[in-house]
Design a protein. Structure first.
Length: 203
């Protein structure tokens, strides 16, 4: 009887350990962006329409990597992305073909290391600068391309403005920013009135 009781305790212990070491997200874990391919976003949009945010990048682009490590890693940005958009990663020089609106987009020179894909070329309107963030509405129509590296401070109000549907309410971005309150955590500024250490006397 005592042995059976101990075995039961052991089983319960193992289950509790499994719960702590499982692969599911832990409470308090910062939210991460759920990235999709372009065609995944198209299929998802058919079932549940949402706006689309496309990060057009290349493997050799240093600023693209920096934006991944900073802006796109911020939990506030991640939350807004997942809430309002289907976030898409689009390699501007990918080799795969993409079918959209009965048109097949390809890379015309896949053997050329710097050959832009037709879809990326169309989204960027031939202005091939990286990174470029492209925002589309629920019908996959262009809202706005944003070229260059974007900080969290620059991107946060844009995501809230576009994702929250403020343009449809005829509210300008300038008016929106007047009442916008950022959720980004700011580093505490050093006070200029901090006491300085007394200068050491020269020996």
């Amino acid at each position: 009887m005592k042995r059976a009781f101990l075995n039961t305790l052991l089983v319960l212990f193992l289950f509790s350990v499994a719960g702590f070491t499982g692969q599911g997200p832990k409470k308090g874990t910062p939210e991460k962006i759920k990235w999709y391919s372009f065609q995944e976003a198209v299929e998802l949009g058919k079932k549940k329409p949402k706006k689309v945010f496309i990060d057009v990048y290349t493997e050799w682009c240093g600023w693209c990597k920096r934006m991944d490590a900073t802006t796109f890693s911020d939990p506030v940005i991640s939350k807004l992305m997942n809430k309002y958009f289907y976030p898409v990663k689009l390699d501007a020089e990918m080799k795969d073909s993409v079918r959209f609106n009965n048109v097949t987009f390809v890379n015309p020179n896949p053997e050329n290391a710097r050959s832009p894909h037709q879809l990326a070329y169309a989204l960027l309107k031939g202005q091939m600068g990286y990174p470029t963030s492209v925002l589309l509405n629920e019908k996959f129509e262009m809202i706005q391309p944003l070229s260059g590296y974007l900080t969290t401070e620059a991107l946060e109000p844009i995501l809230e403005y576009i994702g929250g549907g403020y343009p449809e309410k005829k509210i300008t971005f300038e008016d929106f920013k007047k009442t916008f309150k950022s959720e980004l955590k700011k580093e505490p500024e050093k006070k200029e009135t901090e006491k300085k250490e007394p200068a050491k006397k020269q020996l």
